[in-house]
Design a protein around this ligand. Structure first.
Ligand code: GLU
Length: 435
């Protein structure tokens, strides 16, 4: 790793102290780790100043006609954190909690994530403050098309490439691709990833994030000498990431003892059959509510069960100073973005719990997004076998690299992952040069 130490950076006088509040917003959580890793790397102040702020922040108002004829105005965001490594990449979140600070943090996490797995993208994120659960498919379509038109100068196959995130999926990406293509007078499928297969989506993309969680979990269990066979695992969140992580970990012999969704958590010491739970959920309006093959427990309790592996795969800021000391897992692999507050980091580290951080553990999704974009540009389709083999190798290599840096610098894997990412982006920035 290149040494960025300059005399000035030894003191890092420009580093603001970490916030003292218990409840952290995602941007503070991201900045706190960014500061620590920059300090250990000895990152030059001028480069730190470039990387700490997003390159561009766009806020739009989106008037949408609702089914009852009324017009509602939604607020939408797209934040481009960095284009140093290449076109910016990152999902679009439809969620009632979306706000600019959250989107800023998620955009920066995308920069670090792409750098950790060494794919040629910068980082971005988009979001609309809305509740898709309360909206019809027609209302969501009109909102997605309005958002796409509002961002028409931002998006582009070589500029900024969106993808799904919480509350969006292949259906929304199809609408985005269609609306964008109409304005260009031609089909541009490489402008967005996570599309349905028939529109140029990649095989393996749907399960890619969960698969990366599985690959990095097994790699970490190997280092910790935990035998995966029958190892107890709790997965928080049963959306695309959590469900696939649970299913693929179960396939590899782990015992999934607890799962959860918005309706609560479900615990069965003997193990939960994931396919059965999926069937139940699909017949039950997408909810695990009433799932009788396991005992219903409080939603938060899933984080503190006696398990070998804990996979938080729901949302941000769920492992905090309030519950970190109660965590019993030997290993945490972060399927969600930002599930652990920065102040919980040290509690977990001191307890000797290993954490495969979000920017590494959930990077399988953007890795296969990259493959989707490559296939679209080639006008060619890869087999699922090729996609999985290549993404597994990228995830395993990225894990080994982060693990090596963590051992070398005697830091957590989280700080090591930030160090790897910041080092790569800073090095590239130096080659490209600023003004
Ligand atoms: N939204 C996903 C993430 O947070 C995927 C982003 C992408 O594929 O561009 O990693």
């Amino acid at each position: 790793m290149e040494n960025y130490t300059s005399k000035k950076s030894q003191n890092m006088a420009y580093i603001e102290p970490a916030p003292l509040l218990d409840k952290e917003n995602p941007f503070e959580a991201m900045m706190s780790r960014f500061q620590t890793a920059s300090q250990i790397l000895g990152l030059e102040e001028q480069i730190y100043n470039v990387l700490k702020v997003p390159a561009r922040q766009v806020i739009v108002s989106l008037p949408v006609t609702m089914d009852d004829g009324s017009i509602r105005v939604f607020e939408g965001y797209r934040v481009i954190h960095s284009t140093i490594l290449g076109p910016s990449k990152g999902g679009i979140r439809f969620d009632p909690h979306v706000n600019l600070d959250e989107v800023k943090a998620l955009a920066a996490w995308m920069t670090w994530k792409c750098a950790v797995v060494d794919i040629p993208y910068g980082g971005a994120k988009g979001g609309v403050n809305c509740n898709p659960r309360d909206m019809s498919s027609g209302e969501i379509e009109r909102l997605m098309r309005a958002y796409t038109l509002a961002m028409i100068d931002i998006f582009g196959a070589d500029k900024d490439i969106p993808a799904p995130d919480m509350g969006t999926g292949p259906r929304e990406m199809a609408w985005l691709m269609d609306e964008y293509s109409r304005t260009q007078g031609m089909t541009v499928n490489a402008v967005v990833t996570g599309k349905p297969i028939v529109l140029g989506g990649s095989l393996g993309r749907t399960e890619a994030t969960g698969r990366g969680v599985m690959v990095t979990s097994l790699a970490a269990m190997g280092k910790l000498k935990i035998n995966p066979y029958n190892a107890a695992c709790a997965v928080q969140g049963f959306g695309n990431v959590g469900m696939w992580a649970a299913r693929l970990l179960e396939e590899r012999g782990l015992k999934i003892v607890a799962i959860s969704d918005l309706s609560g958590a479900y615990y069965n010491e003997k193990g939960i059959e994931i396919n059965k739970a999926v069937q139940y959920r699909d017949k039950n309006k997408g909810s695990l509510d009433g799932y009788a093959e396991a005992q219903k427990i409080d939603g938060k309790e899933i984080l503190t069960l006696p398990v070998d592996l804990l996979v938080p795969a729901a949302t941000e800021d769920v492992i905090t100073v309030a519950n970190a000391s109660k965590i019993q897992a030997k290993l945490i692999v972060e399927g969600a973005n930002g599930p652990t507050s920065s102040k919980a980091d040290s509690i977990i580290y001191e307890k000797g719990i290993s954490v495969v951080p979000d920017i590494l553990a959930n990077a399988g999704g953007v890795t296969v997004s990259y493959f989707e974009w490559v296939q679209n540009r080639l006008g060619y389709k890869w087999t699922a076998e090729r996609v999985n083999r290549r993404s597994d190798r990228i995830m395993k290599d990225a894990f080994d690299n982060v693990y090596r840096v963590a051992s070398e610098y005697k830091v957590s894997m989280r700080i090591a992952a930030y160090m790897v990412a910041i080092d790569k982006v800073a090095k590239t920035y130096k080659f490209r040069g600023g003004f």
